[in-house]
Design a protein around this ligand. Structure first.
Ligand code: NAD
Length: 256
């Protein structure tokens, strides 16, 4: 029970990494706030957690809208009386090459990943301060390190999250609020499928997956649980001297 008595708010937890982490954090004793704009899937996650004896509740949020993000944090605190852990993990596949990107697509991508993370942290920090410390987490991507000509906007958005991580870690360290970031390697989630669909240059998902697998050291795609376990470590007391860092969980993709 590594998170016994903690309240954890995870955006994008109706699917993929966030969902796997919601299950794991609840199993480890946290009350989990499942925050997402997919209400059907989010409620399903809550139901599954409760059926397994855990505690969870759903909050509807569009992370690209600041007033929604503020309400999300308020609702979490109203439900459980406090907040210890905030993970901005919601995200979507980016649009394509620069010549094809519209202003609307640019704004949307930056809003979900960057604005949602920035303002989520802004509203979560005072609540975590009231708890006497805690943990903030963001989800970046290897595309935040290596250039991604196929979606430069996604790369830009993800790169900025690692600098947000470091900036907040420096500000909040003395208050015992740790701020870290995960860079997940390739995992076949809903986002992965959408990424493949949006890239007309990719002849087939199988071919693309083969190339990506070849780019890892371990010769395989990751699993959502691989990311969830890294997140659990980073938000738990086991990582209580870890802050301001970005941890790749990518089968060696960035090392190669
Ligand atoms: P996913 O599609 O399975 O889950 C993303 C969740 O975010 C969904 O439940 C979706 O409804 C939600 N969401 C999207 N936009 C939202 C918004 N504006 N407001 C509220 N909820 C919203 O994808 P995933 O792979 O689990 O993605 C999680 C994070 O991991 C994302 O930030 C993504 O960029 C990042 N990532 C994924 C991969 C990968 O290979 N899958 C690799 C690197 C980074």
């Amino acid at each position: 029970m590594k998170l016994k008595g903690k309240v954890a708010l995870i955006t994008g937890s109706a699917s993929g990494f966030g969902r796997a982490a919601a299950y794991l954090f609840a199993k480890e004793g946290a009350s989990v706030v499942v925050a997402d704009f997919n209400e059907t899937n989010g409620q399903e996650v809550v139901k599954n957690i409760k059926n397994n004896g855990g505690e969870a509740s759903f909050v509807h949020v569009d992370c690209s809208v600041v007033s929604d993000v503020e309400k999300m944090v308020k609702q979490a605190v109203q439900t459980y009386g406090k907040l210890d852990i905030f993970w901005h993990n919601a995200g979507d596949a980016g649009p394509g090459i620069i010549s094809q990107v519209t202003e609307e697509q640019f704004d949307r991508t930056i809003a979900i990943h960057v604005k949602g993370g920035f303002f989520g942290a802004k509203f979560a920090i005072p609540e975590i301060q009231k708890s006497g410390g805690g943990s903030i987490l963001f989800t970046t991507s290897p595309a935040g390190y290596k250039p991604s000509p196929g979606s430069p906007v996604y790369s830009m958005a993800k790169a900025s999250l690692s600098m947000l991580t470091k900036s907040l870690a420096v500000q909040l360290g003395k208050e015992d609020i740790r701020v870290n970031c995960i860079a997940p390697g390739p995992v076949a989630t809903g986002l992965w499928e959408r990424f493949i669909d949006r890239n007309p240059d990719l002849t087939s998902s199988e071919e693309y997956e083969r190339d990506v697998i070849a780019a890892t050291v371990m010769g395989r795609m990751g699993k959502v649980e691989d990311i969830a376990h890294a997140a659990l470590y980073l938000v738990s007391d086991e990582a209580n001297f870890v802050t301001g860092t970005v941890i790749p969980v990518d089968g060696g993709y960035l090392a190669k």
